[in-house]
Write a protein that binds this ligand. Structure first.
Ligand code: IMP
Length: 481
């Protein structure tokens, strides 16, 4: 049993835990989920997002990268589930299963019959839009936005459609017809080039016929049907609810982070799913009240972001940013893009606390990751507040004035883009602590930084990841529930 699993197991009244991210994603949720699946969780449910996520786990020097499959998959005694809230891409799923089998992992997760089906036209549209002239969001190009848009627009498909060939064909044709106005305007050469990419079947979906927008529906059906026997479809909502009623230990795995959440993030530079605790619960078939322990993960004392949109504490000194990027291996696990690097942002963490705070437990528990990356730095900067430098601007009836100080981030892209971080400096630490098991093993200067972050943000630090390997996690406090 991992140390973290052991800590949670000491409170048997905790049966449902949700792992979310308080920043822009990539905080190391996969590692935490893997550790909790190592002796505590009986079910791990991925509840939001799709193959846009990249969860990296290191096991005895070997690296596993998961995109769609829950990070409990490395534990044969755990039931892994891809829930109803997920945008499910059969091709990405099949590729991931293959990679896992090569790693020696034969298990396969159950997939919700209600998970949203990512179609080739979603990926095509995502990539065409990103390459378009009217500005990009910096998406991962995995078709996530168009897939969820279809779901909300009531013209999407679900995993269940894969088992019903006639319905699959009918819905697929209707869905494609709905995309015609957009696709008809696009350059056929660009469509051909995108469909020629390996992830989309190396050109097998392309047809030179303009009246079907260069997408061959029969080829899509054939391609998707070929994945059908790899997918174990189930009514996972019911399975999860029954497990909860029977007192099983359930772990909800989040993808992306609060600042990328569709409703509460820095819109429009967000993903299209619900990244909050309540979103995860619903995406798994539960309700927010079922979650006994939300764990919010933060990278510290630096942070990262990929894609476009404001990042107030972004480090402008490219030499320094590159140094941190290299040390922390901050390259997208899904796209390989270099991540943008910044200092820890307390106004954002306070906003996260505001969003994550619940009546039960009253204490919000945080886990800090990547703490080892800045060992040897002379000094560390932490953003305590922002100075708003833009013109007077009205948010929800309140005027934000030029020169005003903001202690808590306002998730408004215009405001964030005009905020200058106000930093405090902290001396760095020199000694390595990669085998720390408790707070005592951490350099005292780092402890001081964690305490400042905790005190200022309102989160109680539960644990700290001190290296990439499984169980390189120090326990900082007892659970407070
Ligand atoms: P999409 O989710 O591919 O539509 O991308 C929307 C935004 O979310 C972009 O800024 C992406 O870079 C970002 N994003 C999506 N998934 C992740 C992730 O797993 N980690 C970090 N950023 C992500």
């Amino acid at each position: 049993m991992s140390r973290l699993a052991d800590l949670i197991a000491q409170k048997p009244e905790i049966t449902t835990v949700a792992v979310t991210d308080g920043q822009f994603g990539d905080t190391g949720k996969g590692k935490i989920v893997d550790e909790l699946a190592s002796g505590w969780a009986q079910f791990v449910v991925r509840a939001n997002g799709g193959a846009n996520a990249g969860h990296t786990i290191w096991v005895m020097g070997r690296k596993v990268v998961l995109h769609l499959i829950p990070a409990g998959i490395l534990h044969p005694d755990v039931v892994n589930i891809i829930g109803t809230g997920v945008a499910f891409d059969p091709r990405a799923f099949s590729a991931e299963l293959k990679a896992l089998a090569e790693f020696g992992v034969p298990s396969t997760p159950l997939v919700s019959h209600c998970a949203k089906l990512v179609l080739p036209q979603h990926i095509l549209m995502d990539r065409l839009r990103e390459a378009g002239a009217d500005g990009t969001l910096g998406t991962t190009g995995r078709g996530i936005g168009p897939c969820y848009t279809d779901h909300v627009g009531r013209c999407g498909l679900t995993v269940n459609d894969l088992s019903n060939p006639d319905e699959l064909a009918r819905k697929l044709r209707a869905n494609l017809a709905e995309k015609m106005p957009f696709l008809r305007e696009q350059d056929p050469e660009k469509i051909k080039a995108i469909l020629g990419q390996e992830e989309l079947g190396s050109g097998e979906l392309f047809t030179p016929k303009p009246d079907s927008c260069f997408l061959d529906v029969d080829a899509i059906i054939a391609q998707y049907r070929q994945f059908e026997n790899q997918i174990t479809v189930a009514n996972t909502d019911e399975i999860v609810r029954t497990a909860r009623d029977e007192g099983a230990r359930i772990l909800l795995e989040g993808a992306q982070g609060l600042m990328l959440d569709l409703k509460h993030g820095r819109y429009p530079y967000v993903t299209c799913s619900d990244c909050t605790v309540d979103g995860l619960a619903r995406g798994a078939g539960l309700s927010g009240e079922d979650v006994d322990l939300p764990l919010t993960i933060f990278k510290a004392p630096y942070m990262t972001c990929v894609g476009m949109g404001s990042f107030p504490t972004e480090i402008e000194d490219e030499v320094l940013a590159e140094e941190i990027r290299k040390r922390g291996n901050e390259y997208g696990a899904t796209t390989g893009r270099p991540r943008r690097v910044g200092w820890f942002d307390l106004p954002l963490a306070r906003y996260a606390h505001h969003c994550c705070k619940r009546r039960k437990p009253v204490v919000s528990h945080a886990i800090f990751t990547k703490l080892d990356v800045l060992t040897g730095f002379e000094s560390i900067k932490i953003c305590f507040e922002y100075e708003y430098e833009g013109p007077n601007y009205n948010v929800a009836g309140r005027w934000i004035r030029t020169g005003e100080r903001l202690q808590t981030a306002i998730p408004d892209e215009f405001v964030l883009s005009q905020c200058q971080p106000i930093y405090k400096y902290f001396p760095g630490w020199k000694t390595s602590f990669s085998s720390a098991k408790t707070r005592k093993g951490l350099p005292w200067r780092l402890e001081e930084i964690i305490d400042v972050i905790a005190h200022e943000s309102g989160f109680m630090p539960l644990a700290a990841s001190v290296g990439p390997e499984r169980d390189q996690t120090a326990i900082l406090n007892e659970l407070c529930i």
